[in-house]
Design a protein around this ligand. Structure first.
Ligand SMILES: Cc1cc2nc3c(=O)[nH]c(=O)nc-3n(C[C@H](O)[C@H](O)[C@H](O)COP(=O)(O)OP(=O)(O)OC[C@H]3O[C@@H](n4cnc5c(N)ncnc54)[C@H](O)[C@@H]3O)c2cc1C
Length: 382
């Protein structure tokens, strides 16, 4: 059977492309299936934190628009913090070029790339699965679902929806030169610009990526378009030369039913691995791609063993952080008055801690909410 692969990966974002790279590096016959023509646009701020950069086994310098060693975080007009590192805390990328570079690196190692090929159905057989696509059928022993927030593959395999989905709007904005010069010197986050969320202003090569998102579910319906307009005023932007609007969802909590069913492994947004506070998803997409590839390679293609290894690796690297982050997010967005009181005293320390997480030096403090709870009675932590 010539079209039988060891592993078929569905989706060529950072999760799928990095899994493909590492599987091919381990000598496994791998196919990467993508419904779009590559390179494809992806709705994203394109803020790539250092820990993600560190996890890539090759340089991506050629697709980095700008690097920032400083980050500014504003909480309204009265509270602001700045952190600084020797290495770039956040690098700015446009996702079409960035994702495509990882795909090309995987292709160089022998991964077969099927673009403009949409996965439509799966037939599970005993020793392999037949993947029915818009351009024909493929067979694979293992399947990795890296098909993003909507993950049709997870649905086809039988997962119920259990991730928390958050809406976010992102605009590619061209502003007059004077505004661009003023705003392109730093990366900024403006917390509470949108209720239960934040706004970001990320400078790209010749334009700004400005966005707003809500990262905690409430009964109140968000009006992200209005929040974006207000945010432009906060940024001092009154003239827009060009503007392209994109909206999408970010899954910011992991699936409750686990990450492997039958021979299908979930990674990246399909699994729900974006950070619950920042909604930063590229670095964990890459990390989960690495972990699943290692699990499959180390198992020597033994499905039972690969499932166990993947779960173990997730428990070591990704899941504890997401669990703590989810709880912290309830304080961060759900209790702004209390949060700001705490920040007045501990704000710089908290900003430094967040930067450590971006750099990959630390994870969220496991005992943080226990300590806070001891000091003040916070029912929502229970
Ligand atoms: C507005 C917004 C702003 C964001 N800003 C940032 C940010 O600044 N920094 C950050 O780290 N994260 C950010 N994120 C989150 C980040 O974009 C995601 O976490 C990340 O893209 C997840 O990568 P992935 O590889 O899992 O999925 P994706 O990048 O979504 O890739 C999934 C791929 O699967 C393909 N696919 C889907 N269905 C099929 C099918 N049936 N057949 C074949 N292919 C299919 C898609 O075309 C796509 O190419 C943002 C998200 C949004 C919505």
């Amino acid at each position: 059977m010539t079209n039988l692969f060891d592993v078929a990966i569905i989706g060529s974002g950072p999760a799928g492309a990095s899994a493909a790279y590492h599987l091919a590096n381990s000598g496994l016959k791998t196919v990467l299936i993508e419904k779009e023509k590559l390179p494809r646009y992806k709705t994203c701020g394109g803020g790539f934190v250092y820990r993600g950069l560190r996890d890539l086994p090759f340089s991506v310098e050629e697709v980095i628009d700008a690097e920032f060693n400083e980050v500014e975080i504003f909480f309204g007009k009265k509270l602001a913090f700045k952190t600084k590192r020797e290495k770039p805390i956040i690098s700015m990328v446009m996702r079409d070029r960035f994702d495509h570079l990882i795909v090309k690196k995987a292709e160089d190692l022998g991964v077969k790339i099927l673009q403009e090929t949409k996965v439509e159905d799966l037939n599970f057989e005993d020793d392999y699965t037949e993947i029915l696509t818009s351009t024909g059928s493929i067979k694979a022993k293992f399947i990795i679902a890296a098909d993003g927030a909507l993950s049709p593959t997870a649905k086809l395999t039988g997962w119920e929806e259990s991730r928390m989905m958050c809406p976010a709007l992102e605009y590619e904005v061209t502003v007059p030169t004077s505004d661009f010069e003023r705003l392109s010197k730093s990366v900024r986050f403006d917390i509470d610009v949108s209720p239960n969320g934040y706004g970001w202003c990320f400078p790209k090569k010749n334009h700004l990526s400005i966005g707003v998102g809500n990262f905690l579910k409430t009964k109140k319906k968000a009006n992200l378009k209005e929040d974006y307009k207000k945010y432009l005023t906060t940024l001092g932007i009154s003239t827009i030369l060009e503007e392209e609007a994109h909206g999408f969802i970010i899954p910011i909590s992991p699936r409750k039913e686990g990450f492997v069913k039958r021979n299908v492994f979930l990674i990246g947004d399909a699994a729900g691995f974006a950070d619950p506070i920042t909604a930063e998803g590229i670095s964990n997409a890459i990390a989960s791609g690495v972990l699943v590839a290692k699990a499959i390679a180390e198992s020597k293609m033994n499905l039972r063993e690969a499932k166990i290894l993947y779960q173990q690796k997730l428990e070591e690297r990704i899941l504890p952080e997401l669990e703590v982050g989810k709880k912290l997010s309830k304080l961060f967005y759900g209790q702004p008055t209390l949060r700001n009181l705490l920040l007045q005293k501990y704000g710089q320390r908290a900003a430094e801690y967040m930067t450590h997480i971006f750099m990959g030096d630390r994870t969220y403090p496991k005992d943080f909410y226990k300590k806070v709870k001891q000091k003040i009675n916070l029912p929502f932590f229970n």
